[in-house]
Design a protein. Structure first.
Length: 160
């Protein structure tokens, strides 16, 4: 009697599945492009405080057991933009983003950079999303940038 290694059995069973039977989140089209990641990061910053809190709670649910992520602050919203916006020049080079779209996001990036550091610790607390006028400025600036980013799936080499 021979036994198969569990990984081999799993690999063979996955390979034998029809694409239609694979969950949407496992299909290649379900993986967001860099442009979509950038647009989503901007959209999260433009969202109302209640939506931002829901997003942050969802993002940290593995750490909080599904509870409130208040203790993790708001910086994740900005870090997601920072992570993908660093690739803007490469995205332009590969036709995923235009100079005009990068220019539309730059004021948002500059605004957020101004509020970094220990002197602005209050800005990064969860309650600031609701009560700090700087977050209203962030939302307005992000909404302006978002208006310049079409809601589309953009492949490499195909920019607006």
């Amino acid at each position: 009697m021979s036994a198969f290694h569990p990984l081999l059995v799993f690999t063979l069973s996955v390979r034998s599945q029809r694409i239609a039977d694979i969950p949407e989140t496992a299909k290649p089209d379900a993986v967001p492009t860099r442009f979509q990641q950038l647009r989503e990061a901007v959209a999260n910053l433009a969202a109302p405080a209640e939506e931002q809190v829901r997003y942050l709670d969802h993002s940290f649910k593995s750490l909080t057991g599904g509870g409130s992520a208040d203790g993790y602050g708001n910086d994740e919203l900005v870090l997601e933009l920072d992570d993908i916006f660093q690739a803007a020049n490469d995205m332009i080079e590969h036709g995923e983003l235009t100079e005009a779209e990068k220019g539309a996001i730059r004021p948002l990036d500059e605004l957020l950079t101004r509020w970094c550091g220990p002197d602005n610790a209050d800005f990064w607390r969860r309650e600031a999303l609701f009560h700090d006028a700087r977050w209203a400025d962030v939302r307005a600036c992000a909404a302006q940038a978002l208006a310049r980013l079409p809601d589309e799936r953009r492949a490499i080499g195909r920019s607006a």
